[in-house]
Design a binder for this molecule. Structure first.
Ligand code: GAL
Length: 667
């Protein structure tokens, strides 16, 4: 098996005489896998119940003859016009009551039994026809579930929501308690009275909103599972996947991940964003973690510009290569793109592709060919894993609830998580993400940013960890409510109060009249520097104070640390600047005995996957790489780590070295 290389192939956009050239050029580019048919429903079933597979037979046969494997899509991502015309009840509806029409894509309600019936009928046809096709490598179910429509407020969704709630709560009394409907005259007498949280005069019930987020993620998953059941029945030997979208708010991927045979992901970092390589690293680590450390596939990325930002910067030369190797370094066994040939019509004609409008004599195609050739020689990476000693707890329910309205402050959950992740990345420390409640035994340090809505058992796992030798760091707005968004009274934090040795009395966010000019404040002590967004009135009942607030909160603790029975428990009651986070993480890692793969060098990322150390220069000027060993991308050559004896070498702008460390070479 090779490292998969290729991308979405949508041949129905061109006359069939282009297809043979496609295969020839794919071979030239080193393409090993094509994702076929993602948006082909209207071509496969042009009229209700009339299936036309001849063209797809020809495409798959051609790819097979060219030695290219196929990730065959179930084609259900965009229902054809005849369907929404004849059955308009499948269309999704917004919270404001606007019905979303056709002429675009993803125009279906995930709860619609009509959509599901037609979708599964198509899937059965595809599985029966192509289940034994020699080109078939895996199934690609749907596409980016929820990307455009994650929440549907239609009557069909309302009916499904009621059933889901009935199953969850059993009787209406339990729902009334969970939702706190005693307030604002919201008490329900019957499940029939409940609606999705549609546009309302003011704040909606927070637990209703949270349950609707859970339900909406689940409905999308049910669409996926309906299709998967058929594929399992007819082609049990073929693996299935669906492409995730990184930190996508609409779907709780912890719930989804056990249902895919291999995790795959789409990632489109903005080339104009100086932090894009860092946020992309975090996405890669989430994907690896979702699969429990198993290799995953980068299913879609862009060779150069996308077409959906306000202004779409291209990727400069070698940027695409560095981003691809970053994914490989962080566990990917496949590097694919959207899409093979750049469209000449339709909504994505200005989106880059492997084969640009200008043809193969282009710098993009040359870079594609080079990368394809290189990846073909990297078989030894396949299947190898990373070892992380640090974990970050990431929780969709906390994300959903922390970012609701009528909360103490506007906190961007993912940005907050990233503020901690970025420092670990800077130090070249590998990180796993874990879901709340999962065991964290074995990690030397665990960070818990803003775990807002946590059950008693989620918190108990963390308390146990810190008491039994772990090093736990918790940040503000953790343990504020239980899983139903009921406040944990008496100082918040539940069992973590004792573990951390603190109680939180009152919140004191740093309010600013101008959102573009956030107010900053300062902390002083063993750790000093600037902070923003959040402060609080905190009591260090049984903990050491590492830093305190100044100004109007003078004397109140900001950062604490408690020596537990066998470990340590740290609390950070503010959103520190990068410099302050650097000090805190430095102290935490020293206590935990965790070192990075390499000492930090600005712009340089180093990751160990299996025995290999990947060094990636994300900057636009050369950096010095201190690592002895052999660079398997250019043994002894320029731009790498030189020969086994070498120690210091320049890594050019966007350069990549994959180094067998000297010890391994010798051994
Ligand atoms: C993804 C989608 C692709 C294509 C791509 C463009 O969201 O799955 O079909 O639209 O974005 O960046």
């Amino acid at each position: 098996m090779p490292i998969w290389f290729g991308g979405d192939y949508n041949p129905e956009q061109w006359p069939s005489d282009v297809w043979a050239e496609d295969v020839t050029l794919m071979q030239r580019a080193g393409v090993t896998m094509a994702t076929v048919g993602v948006f082909s429903w209207a071509k496969l079933e042009p009229r209700e119940g009339e299936f036309e597979f001849g063209w797809l037979d020809e495409v798959l046969d051609g790819l097979h003859a060219g030695g290219i494997r196929v990730d065959l899509a179930t084609a259900t991502a965009s229902p054809p016009p005849w369907l929404t015309h004849a059955y308009p009840e499948v269309l999704p509806v917004t919270a404001e009551g606007v019905t979303l029409g056709g002429g675009s894509r993803q125009q279906y309600s995930p709860s619609s039994p009509v959509y599901r019936r037609f979708a599964t009928r198509l899937v059965r046809q595809l599985a029966e026809r192509y289940g034994e096709h020699p080109a078939l490598e895996m199934w690609h179910i749907g596409n980016e579930y929820g990307c455009h429509v994650s929440h549907d407020y239609s009557d069909v969704a309302a009916a499904a929501f009621r059933l889901w709630l009935q199953e969850k709560y059993g009787d209406i009394g339990a729902l009334n308690f969970a939702w706190g409907t005693g307030f604002w005259s919201q008490q329900y007498a019957d499940f029939e009275e409940i609606y999705p949280p549609r546009a309302a005069p003011t704040y909606l019930n927070p637990t209703q909103l949270l349950d609707f987020d859970r339900f909406s993620s689940r409905q999308l998953l049910e669409c996926y599972l309906d299709e998967k059941r058929i594929l399992r029945e007819l082609t049990p030997q073929i693996p299935v996947t669906t492409n995730f979208m990184g930190f996508f708010k609409g779907a709780d991927y912890w719930e989804w991940a056990p249902h895919v045979d291999i995790v795959s992901n789409d990632n489109y970092p903005d080339p104009a964003d100086p932090e894009s390589s860092q946020t992309a690293a975090m996405v890669c680590d989430l994907m690896r973690s979702l699969g429990g450390g198993a290799p995953w596939i980068l299913m879609e990325q862009a060779t150069s510009a996308v077409n959906w930002r306000t202004s779409n910067a291209p990727k400069r030369p070698h940027h695409m290569r560095a981003g691809s190797y970053q994914a490989v370094a962080r566990g990917a066994d496949g590097i694919l793109f959207f899409q093979w040939r750049q469209s000449v019509a339709g909504a994505e004609k200005f989106h880059s592709a492997l084969l640009p409008h200008a043809g193969p004599q282009t710098r993009v195609f040359r870079e594609v060919e080079e990368l394809g050739a290189e990846l073909a020689g990297l078989g030894e990476v396949l299947g190898s894993r990373l070892t992380a000693h640090v974990a970050i707890v990431f929780d969709w329910a906390s994300w959903w609830s922390l970012e609701q309205e009528a909360t103490p402050a506007d906190i961007d959950y993912v940005k907050h998580v990233f503020s901690w992740y970025r420092e670990l990345l800077r130090r070249n420390v590998a990180v796993d993400f874990v879901k709340p409640g999962a065991s964290v035994d074995g990690y030397k340090a665990v960070l818990v940013p803003a775990l807002f809505a946590a059950s008693t058992s989620d918190l108990a796992v963390l308390s146990d960890y810190a008491e039994h030798g772990g090093n736990l760091l918790v940040t503000f707005q953790s343990g504020i409510t239980d899983e139903n968004l009921h406040i944990t009274e008496g100082g918040y934090l539940g069992s973590l109060q004792k573990t951390l040795g603190i109680t939180v009395e009152e919140f004191a966010p740093l309010a600013s009249a101008d959102p573009n000019a956030p107010v900053e404040s300062v902390i002083e002590g063993e750790i000093s520097g600037s902070v923003a967004v959040w402060r609080e009135y905190l009591h260090a009942d049984d903990a050491q104070i590492l830093a305190s607030f100044v100004d109007d909160l003078a004397g109140w603790p900001a950062i604490t640390r408690r020596q537990t029975a066998e470990g340590t428990a740290w609390y950070v009651g503010t959103w520190p600047s990068a410099a302050v986070i650097e000090s805190i993480v430095g102290a935490l890692l020293e206590t935990a005995g965790v070192d990075g793969v390499l000492d930090p060098v600005p712009g340089l990322e180093a990751v160990r996957r299996g025995e290999l150390v990947f060094a990636l220069n994300h900057g636009w000027s050369p950096v010095e790489l201190s690592l002895s060993g052999t660079d398997i991308l250019s043994p002894g050559g320029a731009g790498g780590a030189g020969g086994a004896e070498g120690t210091k070498h320049a890594l050019e702008a966007q350069g990549v070295a994959i180094v067998v460390p000297a010890a391994e070479v010798a051994g």
